[in-house]
Design a protein around this ligand. Structure first.
Ligand code: SF4
Length: 81
């Protein structure tokens, strides 16, 4: 499973970080971003560890603007961050 935050849609409410602070953090601009070093500057999907996937789904469901995009896939086994 992969996730990304659409910064154009994020309003910085903090719900995602409250639900799963291992994946989401509020950056200096007050917007959420996915915590993975090599993807920090990119708007690309980031792989999610299996044990965090339920929390990421909860966060996506809880986001008031639908800014969190989840892509279910098989490659998480090899690329999990
Ligand atoms: S829950 Fe959605 S709107 Fe709120 S900080 Fe996270 S991505 Fe942004």
């Amino acid at each position: 499973m992969k996730v990304k935050v659409n910064k154009d849609a994020c309003i910085g409410c903090g719900a995602c970080a409250a639900i799963c602070d291992e994946v989401f953090e509020i950056n200096d601009e007050g917007l959420s971003e996915v915590k993975v070093e090599e993807n920090k500057e990119k708007e690309e999907f980031v792989s999610v560890k299996e044990e965090l996937q339920d929390e990421v789904r909860d966060a996506a469901d809880s986001c008031p603007t639908g800014a969190i995009e989840v892509e279910e896939g098989q490659e998480e086994e090899e690329k999990a961050a």
